[in-house]
Design a protein around this ligand. Structure first.
Ligand SMILES: C[S@@+](CC[C@H](N)C(=O)[O-])C[C@H]1O[C@@H](n2cnc3c(N)ncnc32)[C@H](O)[C@@H]1O
Length: 321
C-alpha cells in the first residue's frame, strides 16, 4: 500500500494538507483486527505485469496468460482472504470477483446526467473498495480520490491498485470528517450511499460544499422513503438489518437539505427500487444480502416493517465565484 505517488502529486497543490495521511507511519496507526495483516498480504502479492486494463462494467486487470498457475493460485488465495467483496465486479488476471452489488447498475443510472469528468479532480466520499473511482477515471478524470473509513475496503482497493501503480486513482482510509482542511479542491464530488449513515446529514452536505470549487458538481445518491418535504425516517433501531442508519429522507427533503445548504441547480435525475438483480449473495459475498433484509411475505417492506430500499440520485451545483 504505497501512497507516495499521490503524496508527490498533491505537493504544492490545494490538496497538500493530505500529505501526512499518505505515509506508512499513518497506516501504522490504523487499528482494525486484520488491517496490518492485509497490508503485509497485499504488499507480498505476486508480481505480475498486466498486459491490459479496462474499466467498463467489470474492472478488468490483465489476463490469465500474464501469469503462471502458481502465481494465479497465490493471488486467488489472497483475494479470497479479503471476502466479503460487496462492490464490483472485478476481474484480476482472469479471476472473476462477482461481488454482492453489481455496481455498474448504479453507474449506468447516473452516467447520462453526469457533467463530463474529462480533466477533472474528483472526490468519491464513501467509495467502498473504489469500484466507482475506477469508472470515474475511465471517464477521463485527472485524479480520483476516494475516502472510506471501513478498512476491509481499503485492503480490497489495494489488491486491485497493486497492479495499477500509475493509475491516478486512490482510496484513502479516512472518513470525510477526518479530511484535513477546507480547501475547495474538487470539480466533482460523489456521495453515494452515505447520507443515511450520517448523524448530521446537513453538515455532510456543507462539508462537501466547502471542498467543491465554484460551479462544482455534487452527485448525491441515497436511500429515500415516501414523504413530503421535511420528512425523514429515523429507524427505531435497524433499517434493512443495518444498525448505522440515522436519517432516510424523502426526495423532497433531500432537495430541501441541498437548498438550505446553498446548492443551486438541484435536479432529481433518478429514482429506482433496489432489486436482487443489483444486490445479492454470491460466492465472493456469502453472507446475508437484500433478500434477507426484506419481509418474506411483503417485499415492499424491510424485515423491520419500513419501506423497502428505494434510491434517488440528485445532482446539484455550487454557485459561481
Ligand atoms: C452503502 S456503501 C456505498 C458505497 C459506494 N459509494 C456505492 O455507492 O456503491 C457506504 C460506504 O460509505 C462509507 N462511509 C459511511 N460514512 C462515511 C464517512 N463519513 N466518510 C467516509 N466513508 C463513509 C462506508 O464505510 C461504506 O463503505
Amino acid at each position: 500500500m504505497d501512497y507516495s505517488p499521490l503524496r508527490a502529486l498533491v505537493a504544492n497543490s490545494p490538496l497538500a494538507a493530505l500529505q501526512p495521511l499518505l505515509t506508512s507511519e499513518f497506516l501504522d496507526t490504523l487499528r482494525h483486527g486484520d488491517f496490518q495483516r492485509w497490508r503485509r498480504l497485499i504488499d507480498a502479492m505476486p508480481g505480475i505485469t498486466p498486459s491490459s486494463y479496462s474499466a467498463a462494467d467489470q474492472i478488468c486487470v490483465g489476463s490469465t496468460d500474464d501469469a503462471d498457475n502458481a502465481s494465479l493460485t497465490e493471488l486467488e488465495n489472497c483475494l479470497r482472504e479479503l471476502i466479503p467483496w460487496r462492490k464490483g465486479p472485478f476481474s484480476l488476471f482472469g479471476i472473476d470477483i462477482d461481488s454482492e452489488w453489481r455496481s455498474q447498475i448504479k453507474w449506468d443510472r447516473l452516467l447520462p446526467y453526469l457533467s463530463p469528468l474529462q480533466g477533472k479532480t474528483v472526490l468519491d466520499v464513501g467509495s467502498g473498495n473504489g469500484y466507482h473511482c475506477f469508472r470515474m477515471q475511465a471517464e477521463g478524470a485527472r485524479l480520483v480520490i476516494g475516502v472510506d473509513s471501513h478498512l476491509p475496503y481499503i485492503g480490497q482497493f489495494w489488491a486491485i491498485k497493486h497492479y495499477l501503480p500509475e493509475l491516478p486513482v486512490y482510496v484513502l482510509p479516512v472518513s470525510l470528517e477526518q479530511w484535513p482542511g477546507d480547501e475547495p479542491a474538487f470539480d466533482t464530488v460523489f456521495s453515494m450511499g452515505v447520507l443515511y449513515h450520517s448523524r448530521a446529514p446537513m453538515e455532510h452536505l456543507l462539508q462537501i460544499k466547502r471542498l467543491l470549487r465554484p460551479d462544482g458538481e455534487l452527485i448525491l445518491e441515497s436511500i429515500v422513503v415516501p414523504g413530503d418535504r421535511g420528512y425523514s425516517l429515523t429507524p427505531k433501531d435497524r433499517y434493512a438489518r443495518m444498525g448505522n442508519v440515522w436519517f432516510v429522507p424523502s426526495v423532497a427533503t433531500m432537495v430541501g437539505w441541498l437548498e438550505r445548504c446553498g446548492y443551486i441547480n438541484i435536479r432529481v435525475v433518478d429514482e429506482s427500487v433496489t432489486t436482487e438483480t443489483e444486490q445479492r449473495k454470491t460466492p465472493w459475498m456469502p453472507y446475508d444480502s437484500l433478500d434477507d433484509s426484506l419481509d418474506s411475505d411483503n417485499k415492499s417492506l424491510t424485515i423491520e416493517g419500513y419501506p423497502a430500499p428505494r434510491r434517488a440520485i440528485v445532482i446539484a451545483n455550487t454557485p459561481s465565484a
